[in-house]
Design a protein around this ligand. Structure first.
Ligand code: ZN
Length: 166
C-alpha cells in the first residue's frame, strides 16, 4: 500500500511537462532550448508542440517531403479517411463518460497540492521572467482591440450600475 494511484502520476507527469514547456522547449534536432513559439503547434503531442523547432523543420522537411511526397500524400489521405470520424467520436464519448469524474479528480488533486503548485509557478516565473514578460507583451499587442473593447464594455456597465440603471 501507499503507492500513488496511476491517475495522479499521469496527471502530474502531464502537468509537469506542460509546466516545463510553458515558455521553453528543447529541440530534438539541434538540441537548443528555444522559446515555445519557435515550435509549431501539434495537438497530438502531450505538450501541444512538435519536438523539432521551426528552424530545423524548415531545413529538414522540404527535403524529406520532396523525396517522399507521393508516399506522404497517400499516408495523409488514408489517415484522414480512417481516423477523422473515429477519433472525434472516441474523444467525445470518453469526455461524456468520464468528464465529471476527471474534473473532480483534477480539482481534488489541485486542492491538495495548491501550495506546492503556487510555489512552483512562482519559482518558474522568477526563473523565466523575461520570456514570460515577452510572451505577455506579444499577447497584449495581438489582442489590443479586444482589450480595448473589454475595457469600454466594463466602463459602460460600471457607469450604468453606479447610476442604478443596470
Ligand atoms: Zn532545432
Amino acid at each position: 500500500m501507499g503507492a500513488t494511484p496511476k491517475w495522479i502520476t499521469d496527471y502530474y507527469k502531464d502537468f509537469r511537462l506542460k509546466e516545463r514547456t510553458k515558455c521553453f522547449k528543447t529541440c530534438l534536432k539541434c538540441g537548443e532550448t528555444k522559446l515555445i513559439s519557435k515550435f509549431s503547434v501539434d495537438k497530438r503531442n502531450l505538450d501541444g508542440r512538435i519536438s523539432v523547432c521551426k528552424a530545423c523543420r524548415s531545413l529538414e522537411y522540404p527535403k524529406y517531403y520532396y523525396n517522399n511526397r507521393d508516399k506522404i500524400l497517400i499516408q495523409v489521405r488514408e489517415y484522414q479517411k480512417n481516423n477523422k470520424r473515429n477519433r472525434s467520436i472516441y474523444f467525445k464519448d470518453y469526455r461524456e463518460k468520464h468528464g465529471e469524474q476527471l474534473k473532480e479528480k483534477a480539482s481534488k488533486w489541485y486542492m491538495s497540492n495548491k501550495e506546492a503548485i503556487k510555489e512552483r509557478n512562482l519559482k518558474y516565473y522568477q526563473e523565466n521572467k523575461e520570456a514570460c514578460q515577452t510572451r505577455r507583451e506579444v499577447w497584449i499587442e495581438k489582442n489590443k482591440e479586444r482589450i480595448r473593447e473589454y475595457n469600454r464594455e466594463y466602463k459602460r456597465k460600471h457607469k450604468l450600475a453606479s447610476q442604478g440603471i443596470a
